[in-house]
Design a protein around this ligand. Structure first.
Ligand code: NAP
Length: 295
């Protein structure tokens, strides 16, 4: 279980206030697993053959959810589905799709409903907007980024909400970026467009809450995914520079390293769970402490 906590595994196991006060009984309390209540739930994870999407699907599958994954490259998608099935024995449906296409999004949801009977959890994700600074960006770049980030989110939410309304239960989690809270250098499409998703989430949250549907955003800092590692491809000098840049980036992170995708998966699984039932309209940065603002 992802959230198993064992007092024995803690370095200060013998010295906690509880164990001194209450003796061995308090220690045994810590050995209980936390049941996230995800067993049998149906989750759709967008853009999920690699990286943060795949890690989210894996984390949900580990907790017993049935999972639909989607991406454009069928071979990568099948490989990801096999990997998740192999590790978790969960039911995994793989639907090739482009999340910038309204029709493909409808196909993903229809296939999920046909196979699993509904949708309980949506993890909205994308390949992300292109890198670049404001002076270099064209109208087409902005239109494309709007399709990737905003319309993708809007269309997926629109498609899944009727199934969640039916059950009066649902979880929507958007994977965005720390650019929602603080601009990130050299990715002005993200800086310009992603904060609007937080505004939209807040606006639609009360209507969803009436039917027991929560909606929250997670904001990744820098994670070791193909999006980041892919930039390391190229000539030797380019690779050296990119590695140097990553090391420099890690030096600005209080926890001293980039994130591991499954660490974001754990947060997604928690927000999708029964245990997160009073959390809605919230944004969670997951960045090793890099954002400097108070909230
Ligand atoms: P990644 O490792 O490159 O994985 C992207 C996944 O999305 C792949 O499975 C890819 O498969 C799929 N995908 C891309 N475009 C798609 C499309 N149009 N339709 C369907 N699937 C698509 O990326 P990641 O690092 O996990 O990033 C995920 C999201 O988090 C992005 O929006 C990114 O901007 C954001 N983010 C990431 C970081 C980070 O440090 N990694 C930080 C902040 C924000 P196909 O290419 O086969 O479709």
């Amino acid at each position: 279980m992802a959230f198993q906590t064992s007092l024995a595994a803690r370095p200060s196991a013998g010295a906690t206030v509880e164990s001194v006060r209450d003796g061995p009984t308090a220690a045994s309390k810590w050995e209980r697993c936390v049941d996230l209540g995800l067993n049998g739930k149906v989750a759709v994870v967008a853009a999920s053959s690699k990286g943060l999407g795949k890690a989210s699907a894996l984390a949900l599958a580990r907790e017993g959810a049935r999972v639909t994954i989607c991406a454009r490259t069928p071979a990568d998608l099948e490989a990801a589905a096999d990997e998740i099935r192999h590790e978790t024995h969960a039911e995994v449906l793989a639907v090739p799709a482009d999340v910038t296409s309204a029709e493909d999004i409808q196909i993903v949801i229809a296939a999920t409903v046909e196979r699993f009977g509904g949708v309980d959890i949506l993890v909205n994700n994308s390949g992300g907007p292109a890198l670049g600074s404001f002076p270099d960006l064209t109208d087409d770049d902005w239109r494309q980024a709007f399709e990737v980030v905003t319309l993708n989110f809007v269309r997926f939410v629109r498609e899944v909400v009727p199934y969640m309304h039916e059950k009066r239960w649902g979880r929507i989690i958007g994977i965005q970026s720390t650019s929602v809270k603080q601009p990130v250098e050299n990715i002005d499409l993200s800086n310009g467009i992603r904060p609007g998703i937080a505004g939209l989430m807040k606006a639609i949250m009360p209507g969803l809450a009436k039917d027991g549907i929560t909606i929250n955003l997670v904001l990744p800092g820098t994670f070791l995914t193909s999006r980041i590692l892919g930039r390391l491809a190229g000539g030797t000098e380019e690779i050296d520079k990119a590695i140097e840049a990553q090391i420099a980036a890690a030096a600005t992170i209080p926890l001293g390293r980039l994130g591991r995708p499954i660490e974001l998966g754990h947060l997604v699984a928690f927000l999708a769970s029964e245990r997160a039932s009073y959390i809605t309209g919230a944004v969670y940065q997951i960045d090793g402490g890099r954002i400097k603002s108070n909230v």
